[in-house]
Ligand binder design. Sequence first.
Ligand code: PLP
Length: 373
Amino acid sequence: MNVPLLDLRPQYASIRDEVLAAVTRVCDSQQFIMGPEVERFESEIASALGLRHAVGVSSGTDAILVALMALDIGPGDEVITPTFSFFATAGCVARVGARPVFVDVDPETLTIDPARVEEAITPRTRAIIPVHLFGACADVDTLGRITSGRNIHVIEDAAQALGATLEGRPAGTLGAIGCFSFFPTKNLGAFGDAGLVTTDDEALARRVRLLRSHGAHPKYHHHEIGGNFRLDALQAAVLRVKLPHLPQWTDRRRENARIYGELFAAAGLTSRVRLPVERSGRTHTYHQYVVRVPNRDAVRAHLASRGIGTEVYYPVPFHRQECFASLGYASDCFPHADAAAAEVLALPIYPGLTRDQQAYVVEAINSFLIHDS
Ligand SMILES: *Cc1c(COP(=O)(O)O)cnc(C)c1O
């Protein structure tokens, strides 16, 4: 049996006609930059999230970058991020000239630990970027209590969490500004790079729109220096086709997670394989289904030999990245992130996965652990 980490082809097959019709519509119009597809996608996703403003941008990375720019964060400022995330979360902070300040993650959820955030705040702190890692919301409510009255913005990195909720409120609506990615492997994936910035703040939304097109309004009159952070009309058209299907695809991921839980329990593995937790009051989108196992690299090699695709998100926390060496973090200062980096393993969880494939994955892990004990 072959179980890839992700197979997008069945999903594409199920919407192929709709997608090709949408792409044809854009090609026939020959309007590739901005225009009605982008505007309609923005209003459709804003209403799906229940907020006032959604601004399509060129990638999830650019969403974070432009959010920082719109909040006037730059040299002399500090921005707190978890040390365990995809690189863009911290890379964008450095790119605007601010200093990324890393903190450790909660050992259970692997999202930023609010207690550590409190200790990291200084008079220079201008923002915190919680990451809804793997599709479960970080503890944004506690961060909100910590930052209230302090002029510190919460910028959500919701790249992995479209459709996740915290006490019924969607990820991307919980802070001052939300950042999403539509990288093809994300739960809502474009056919290339794409992203989104969300906010309920009218002035902030206007600022993001301005920055997205070189700070110009009208054309060739530049109020400030922005960039080319636009969402392609072709990507918007594809995303408009996919958006209505997302709740159903998320349900399938959640169902697959439930099945893994059953299978791991039935195999008696839950003491040796740490399964992802879904805390009460939070809906997990299972962008990734990440377990923790001792001897992770050997487990991974064994699964590969059985035709099972896995991935390590993420092997190197920010405080150990060469490009951040000048920040001067001791290599052992964030033990929970280091432990996670050594143990995490993402298993296949995509919507088209079958129960038989899941049973095969669990059986393969079981056969390795039996021989390893
Ligand atoms: C994917 C991702 C990003 C960046 O998105 P791109 O669209 O690839 O630029 C940022 N943060 C997190 C947590 C991500 O998973």
